[in-house]
Write a protein that binds this ligand. Sequence first.
Ligand SMILES: O=C(O)CCC(=O)C(=O)O
Length: 275
Amino acid sequence: MSKSSPALENAPGAEEQAARFRRDGYLAGIRVQGAAESDRVRLRFDQLEAAEGRERCQIGLVDRHFDQRFAWDIATHPAILGAIEGVIGPDILLLATHFFCKYPDAAGTGPAGRFVAWHQDVTYWGLEPPFAVTAWYAVDDADVENGCMRVIPGTHRALRPHGKAERPGNLLSINQEVPVLPEEEARAVDVCLRAGEISLHHGMLIHGSNPNRSGRRRCGMTIRYIPPHVRVIAENSMRRPWAAVLVRGSDRFGHHSPRPAPFPQRRSPEPSGAE
Ligand SMILES: O=C(O)CCC(=O)C(=O)O
């Protein structure tokens, strides 16, 4: 039976968090917003969903921080950047954002029986060294019933060969899947999050998610960050050039053509009711 990640009510200090990240390859249950702020984000995502349609929202909303102010505000949220700084250091490039939205499908058989196969993010990202950290921001509450993310702790130390998923419904860009041993699968942890919380995962950590068998949407925004010494040496699986933006600190390496910030960066959370 899988385990659930601890709620982290008594969050440990920064050093302990960093040590835990190095050991397990992930951190969960980090609250970055209060209910009012996360409700506003959900409302803005609902508006985007109404404009784009559900089919596209499943996996088609990539890098919308360049045109959606709310997505930019999440990707540059001081509390999220603080958590990222704790695990990659003070210089931070925002590499990409991507919504993963799974819609209700109690039977798990229709197109909404979509799942995310076990994989390691950086396998097909063309990065050298192959390092990135993702913040998974919960737009909706994410739990076992609606298909929260699942991780296999400690699997972030080496990249493994990936194959193709045999089961239909894999949301990943090229249907990739990494084989895992039954004993590894038995150690998988359900990363349950409340809306307005994030988890962090290392780009080599094996993770995935099951279909949404609830009556509720499960929407998460993945935010990918790298330190500036990481360079791009090959095309990524989405065949879309990365558009990195420096969001904290400085870039002494200059490996990435600088992309201007699409909006001014807020120094504190969005004020109540403001655009
Ligand atoms: O949202 C999910 O279920 C999976 C997310 C994921 O695979 C990722 O962040 O790379």
